[in-house]
Ligand binder design. Structure first.
Ligand code: SF4
Length: 420
């Protein structure tokens, strides 16, 4: 008997991409296929981060019903927790499976009847998955969920509280990859910096153990919260294997906004921390949400002056988008209009772009670059400060580490020539 074909459609963040890999690795009695048109089962690994994300998933499912009406549609991912019941009731999907059920997918998909297997939000997968960039950089998922309750965020309600992967499993996975030539590891998760809390470990402890693995040359951390950079972590700042770039999520620089957002950080401490880290030679990135309810002109002017004062080099700026079920949508504060939010987003982005340019002018030697791939006759890679470098060379540099002592600083990236 021929095996049924399964197609995975993944929406949303890197964590969802990882989750799709976990599910794929557990499918034993099915075959994977490359298009939803030939699939018997379509697993929609959904995202529910904003109202817009919900609408996109719903739109995909509706279109799928027209294109391949025979396919059984299974809703997985964060949307299973927020919209699963409703979509099942409306018969838009054949079944719903929650995050904790991923590793049982092989059995669940064999059910002929509709199902609602939502599970719980306490489970941690036994499969530590990695995603590879080229042949030398690997993302490792080390934890799941978040204990914070930021007003705008639905994640804790659909992914649960923070819990960490088993440390020995993480180390084993990195050992295996390092033995196969991987030299740079990027630790990721929902709230990565909370790693180890419930296991009597910590990010600093994990980093130390990882650094002792033969072949591990550079470690990056996806993102940290300011309060997670503690004394134990700071002791590691000068270690040669630490990437000299930290992404620290501030989300705003107005204290009133941070309070409305129910954030745990405040600007005076954030500034002291950023200055200390910059002093230690670090490039610093952050996340920033523009246009959240309550962001009036006064809040914005204060925020932008403070951004000017911060030693920032990288930025992920997001425009606030409401998510029903979150505290932010219930705030009785005026929300900036879309065009105002857009202009603020631009203003902020420009400031950090200039800061990055100035930083690259100051750091244009001793750059250790891990080359990822060839692109239109050049090789692309990132230096220890997480700045991109485009390298010309007569040799094949893919996957190599190169030390550059001369780069030309361009508007968006650095350029160099390299010969062995
Ligand atoms: S730290 Fe805040 S924004 Fe990030 S996942 Fe947790 S609740 Fe959401």
């Amino acid at each position: 008997m021929s095996r049924e074909k399964v197609y995975f459609k993944t929406f949303g963040c890197r964590t969802n991409q990882f989750d799709t890999q976990v599910m794929m690795s557990r499918l034993e009695d099915f075959e994977l296929c490359a298009s939803e048109l030939e699939a018997d089962v379509v697993v929609v690994n959904s995202c529910t981060v904003t109202n817009g994300a919900d609408a996109t998933v719903r739109g995909y499912i509706n279109a799928l019903k027209r294109k391949n009406p025979e396919a059984r549609v299974v809703l997985a991912g964060c949307g299973a927790h927020s919209k699963g019941e409703e979509l099942l009731r409306q018969r838009k999907v054949h079944g719903v499976m929650g995050h904790s059920e991923k590793e049982r997918i092989n059995e669940i998909l064999q059910r002929p009847e509709g199902f609602y297997e939502i599970g719980d939000l306490k489970h941690i997968d036994q499969t530590v998955v990695s995603e590879f960039v080229g042949k030398s950089r690997a993302f490792i998922k080390i934890q799941e969920g978040c204990d914070f309750r930021c007003s705008y965020c639905i994640i804790p309600f659909v992914r649960g509280d923070a819990r960490s992967h088993d440390e020995e499993q993480i180390l084993e996975q990195v050992r295996r990859l390092a033995a196969n030539g991987f030299g740079e590891f990027i630790l990721t998760g929902t709230n990565v910096g909370s790693y180890g809390r419930e296991r009597g470990s910590s990010m600093a402890r994990l980093l130390k153990r990882l650094s002792m693995i033969r072949g591990v040359r550079r470690i990056r951390i996806g993102s940290m919260e300011p309060i997670q950079i503690d004394a134990e972590f700071k002791e590691l700042l000068n270690e040669p294997w630490m990437a000299k770039h930290l992404h620290i999520a501030l989300q705003h620089t107005s204290d009133r906004m941070l309070e409305l957002m129910n954030r745990r950080n405040r600007y005076p401490e954030d500034r002291a921390l950023f200055e200390e880290l910059a002093e230690a030679g670090y490039a610093l990135g952050t996340d920033f949400i523009v246009g959240h309810p309550g962001e009036g002109e006064a809040e914005w002017r204060q925020a932008i002056e403070r951004v000017e004062a911060l030693p920032l080099t990288h930025l992920h700026a997001f425009t606030y988008s409401p998510r029903e079920g979150t505290a932010s949508t219930a705030l009785k504060e005026p929300t900036p209009r879309g065009d105002i939010a857009k202009a603020r987003h631009r203003e902020l982005t420009e400031i950090v772009r200039h800061k990055n340019l100035a930083f690259r002018h100051r750091h244009d030697r001793d750059l250790t670059v891990l080359v990822e791939q060839e692109h239109e006759g050049s090789y692309l890679g990132y230096d220890q400060y997480y700045n991109r470098v485009r390298i010309k060379s007569d040799e094949d540099l893919s996957g190599s580490w190169v030390l550059l002592n001369e780069v030309t600083v361009g508007e968006r990236e650095n350029h160099a020539f390299f010969a062995f």
